[in-house]
Ligand binder design. Structure first.
Ligand code: MN
Length: 406
């Protein structure tokens, strides 16, 4: 028996905060969650799987844009033509309590209700499968829904579908939490999880799987994203990962040792970027130079970026660098400087305080022409901004001191 397990498609993600990208690339990114779904269904048809599982957060927003629902229906109809059912639970992003225009899905689509229930399937070959799951009735589900999963009746395979958080994992909301042991205690043959966007195999036998999301939507969701083709037999499970992402986020580190000139840097960048190029895929790359000569700075990186971006806009297999940075080994360290003078220790203390950034940026966020283009910063982004500000300030102060012969 074989099936495809995917989760967190986040169809029609607005890709907010990325509209500064060139129009063609931004549009490609906005289309990418749909393209990922299409690729997923292509795989399901190619392998003629017995069914497909989508483990929550199919839609990005709880209003489920009509566009997203129509696209989902179109792909579900392709499955229906091949007689392939699709089992769906809805998660915190597309909970049942949202206010959305109802679009009818074809009959092969099996949606789990708000309480844990079992759906029975007899495959074409006569294998009996019991699938267990529930959909979020509201956005915030903090109950331990895992307690409601129980094996029911006789079947060749029992499969749990659960959109929720592995307890202790801090990157996502602690919804419908569970521990690995709780899952294993259920004695199911496969756990089809959703919610955590990073692909993670929690257990090999029986497989307990977060397939990750199907398309990265920001630089934190880097590298290839996709789904699993799962084959279950009496003797065990076999998992094969398939990529579905159309645009891939990459973090690239380049060793800048020996780069003497701007030309050297440019050549190193071009080599690194071209190595990433993949037919039919788009790449969004962040470049970091290690060990580059100290003379290279933000000015060189701005110029580099402009040149590297030059021909990529029109390229359908683009490699678009969106940032070039020089990671210079620090010329100073906090403790030394703070020990040297009260001025520095005070400066670090102010930077450590968690206030100030919002106030400093208020004039932008309150500006009528600007605010509609801005989204609020994540906590980590605020940390980054603070860190860069400190680096910049100290750099300026030290070079001024040097110049003044102090
Ligand atoms: Mn999600």
């Amino acid at each position: 028996m074989k099936f495809i397990h995917a989760a967190d498609l986040h169809l029609d993600s607005p890709m907010s905060g990325l509209s500064h990208l060139p129009g063609e690339i931004f549009e490609r990114l906005q289309e990418s969650t749909f393209q990922a779904l299409k690729t997923l269904i292509d795989h399901a048809l190619h392998f003629q799987v017995d069914f497909v599982i989508l483990a929550g957060d199919l839609f990005d927003l709880d209003d489920r844009s009509i566009r997203a629902q129509i696209r989902l229906r179109k792909e579900m109809e392709r499955l229906a033509e091949s007689g392939i059912p699709c089992y769906i639970v809805f998660g915190n992003h597309d909970h049942l309590g949202g206010n959305w225009t109802h679009i009818e899905m074809p009959e092969n689509v099996q949606i789990f209700g708000k309480e844990v229930e079992v759906k029975e399937l007899l495959t074409k070959e006569g294998t009996a499968v019991h699938l267990y799951g529930f959909s979020y009735p509201v956005r915030h589900v903090f109950e331990r829904k895992i307690a409601d999963y129980k094996k029911k009746g006789e079947a060749d395979f029992h499969i749990g579908i659960l959109h929720g958080n592995l307890e202790g994992s801090l990157e996502h909301g602690n919804y419908a939490p569970f521990t690995l042991q709780e899952l294993l205690d259920k004695d199911f043959d496969y756990w089809a999880l959703g919610h955590i966007h990073k692909r993670t195999l929690l257990c090999k036998q029986p497989p307990v799987v977060y397939p990750g999301n199907t398309q990265g939507r920001n630089r934190k969701e880097e590298d290839e994203k996709g789904c699993y083709l799962v084959t279950l037999t009496e003797s065990g499970a076999e998992l094969k990962f398939f990529e579905t992402s159309d645009v891939i986020w990459r973090d690239i580190t380049i060793d800048g040792t020996g780069a003497q000139s701007f030309d050297d840097l440019l050549r190193l960048c071009l080599t690194a970027l071209n190595k990433e190029r993949r037919e039919g895929k788009g790449i969004l790359a962040r470049l970091t130079f290690n060990n580059a000569a100290p003379g290279f700075n933000d000015l060189s990186s701005a110029e580099l970026l402009e040149i590297l971006q030059d021909d990529e806009k029109e390229e359908s297999s683009f490699v678009w660098p969106y940032s070039v940075k020089f990671a210079h080994p620090p010329l100073w360290n906090k403790e030394d400087l703070a020990g040297k003078s009260d001025f520095y220790s005070e400066l670090f203390a102010i930077a450590d305080e968690n206030t100030g950034i919002e106030e400093s940026l208020a004039f932008l966020y309150e500006h009528p022409n600007v605010r509609r283009f801005l989204r609020s910063l994540h906590a980590e982004e605020i940390e980054e901004v603070k860190e860069e500000a400190v680096q910049y300030l100290i750099g300026q102060l030290l070079s001024w001191n040097e110049g003044a012969g102090l």
